[in-house]
Design a protein around this ligand. Structure first.
Ligand SMILES: CC(C)(COP(=O)(O)OP(=O)(O)OC[C@H]1O[C@@H](n2cnc3c(N)ncnc32)[C@H](O)[C@@H]1OP(=O)(O)O)[C@@H](O)C(=O)NCCC(=O)NCCS
Length: 194
């Protein structure tokens, strides 16, 4: 029988990581953390197996205490700023794509297969080739203690208030007030937290 020991790299001295006192960055040997922009870690960042986190040139990742489960993807580019609070989790197969500004609060549970994306391709030009140009870049704000159900999609220019729940497979296109439960495509209120 072979015992596999999980090996984790402890990174303290990468030139582009600005850490506050006692910060801790753990990247699985099976994961990738590519930093061409900047990253500020206030307490901890833990990147699990087969996850891919890329901070491209001029972009910024500000993280307080954040854990990814295996097989997640985060891409910050185009000068984008992704800010994540403390005790927030990104479950497996979820993706965050940031070219503008995405802010995620404290104690946020992001389930499996969620996509959070703050940009659109050009629309309204019939002859246009959609994948060439990104010309709508926006913002997403997710408050504290939010639960985003599996398979949900969070699109640009929405705010999800504190304590809200987004049901499985929902597509959020408009603001969700705090403490409300939204489901469906497009996501609509079905309930509120009592
Ligand atoms: C939204 C959710 C939290 C339930 O909230 P709730 O207030 O208890 O809602 P209810 O179960 O009372 O359902 C109310 C109505 O919404 C519908 N509904 C519930 N969840 C829905 C969803 N994700 N999409 C569409 N409709 C949904 C129900 O079928 C019900 O419809 P009806 O009134 O026609 O019968 C739950 O359904 C859900 O989606 N959880 C996410 C699960 C998940 O991601 N787990 C992984 C965790 S890491």
């Amino acid at each position: 029988m072979i015992m596999l020991t999980k090996i984790v790299r402890l990174i303290k001295s990468l030139p582009y990581i600005i850490g506050t006192k006692n910060y801790n960055v753990r990247v699985s040997v099976y994961a990738r953390l590519i930093i061409k922009g900047k990253i500020l870690v206030k307490s901890y960042l833990s990147i699990s197996d087969f996850s891919f986190v890329e901070i491209r040139k001029d972009s910024f990742f500000i993280v307080d205490g954040f854990t990814t489960r295996p097989n997640t993807k985060i891409n910050i580019s185009n000068g984008g700023i992704l800010t994540i609070g403390v005790n927030t989790y990104l479950e497996s197969f979820s993706t965050i794509l940031c070219k503008g500004k995405i802010t995620i609060g404290n104690n946020v549970a992001i389930a499996q297969n969620v996509v959070i994306v703050d940009y659109n391709h050009s629309i309204g030009r019939k002859s246009g080739c959609y994948f060439r140009k990104i010309d709508e870049i926006g913002e997403i704000f997710i408050g504290n203690n939010v639960w985003i159900g599996t398979g949900a999609k969070i699109l640009m220019n929405v705010t999800i208030g504190d304590g809200a729940i987004i049901g499985a497979n929902s597509v959020v296109t408009k603001d969700v007030p705090q403490g409300k439960i939204y489901v469906g495509i497009p996501a609509k209120e079905i309930n509120e937290i009592k």
